[in-house]
Design a binder for this molecule. Sequence first.
Ligand SMILES: Nc1ncnc2c1ncn2[C@@H]1O[C@H](COP(=O)(O)OP(=O)(O)O)[C@@H](O)[C@H]1O
Ligand SMILES: [Mg+2]
Length: 249
Amino acid sequence: MSDRDKLLEVTGLDVFYGDLQAIKDINIEVHKGDMVALIGANGVGKSTLLQAIMGLNKPKNGSVKWKGKEIVGMTTNKIAQLGIAMTPEGSHIFEDMTVYENLLLGAYPKHAKARREESKALVYKTFPALKEKEKQLATFLSGGQRQMLAIARAMMASPELIICDEISLGLAPIMIKDIYASLHTINEAGVSFLLVEQETKRALRNSNYAYVIVHGQVVMEGPSNTLSEEKIAEVYFGVDQNEEKGGDE
Ligand SMILES: Nc1ncnc2c1ncn2[C@@H]1O[C@H](COP(=O)(O)OP(=O)(O)O)[C@@H](O)[C@H]1O
Ligand SMILES: [Mg+2]
């Protein structure tokens, strides 16, 4: 794909928490129209990487470029203004505000304010359940509806890229299916995605390119339809997994 279509380019990224190196020399790219998956077990550094992209932590080394421009060092607010939105792990909606008020909060970038009504119409078309509940406090939403609201809030920022941190965590399979279907609809409308997903099969099925992260490093990557679930399982869980098989009841 040409560089012209490149939205996000992370190169040589290192993030530390004190002496602990959470991510090591990470290189990833997202092109326009992509749904890119980051696959990895708990604690391998997926959220740390997303937070570094959003300016929520400070990398020790490396670069994050948005359309060719360095964004490391920018505030999260500035990064949002450029067209990147995130749904954080655990949705982080405001429970004591209504669904509608939560949505309005998402429309804070300057370019998004002007398109607020248009974005709201698109949100309600994508998630009719949120329209029905727009005047209710967000605290009354189900787990799946909370994730919908988090995605909807990100959509209100009128972004070109939405970064989702484990939107399927703890949800019923039917709800997960619905939510991924809506991500595809949003993607077809021109929004690119960077998705963190622990479940390999689901990650591959819902992306066109995937990276596998183990201990803070990318250990495997490629077009999602070329990656083998079995090979990912080998690196994901380590070789011990195979040795342990059969021994377990
Ligand atoms: N704020 C923090 N302070 C110290 N260590 C952290 C912090 N956040 C995450 N970590 C550690 O960094 C590593 C990567 O965490 P994280 O990025 O949350 O992984 P993942 O999202 O893949 O589960 C883990 O060892 C975790 O305990
Ligand atoms: Mg995480």
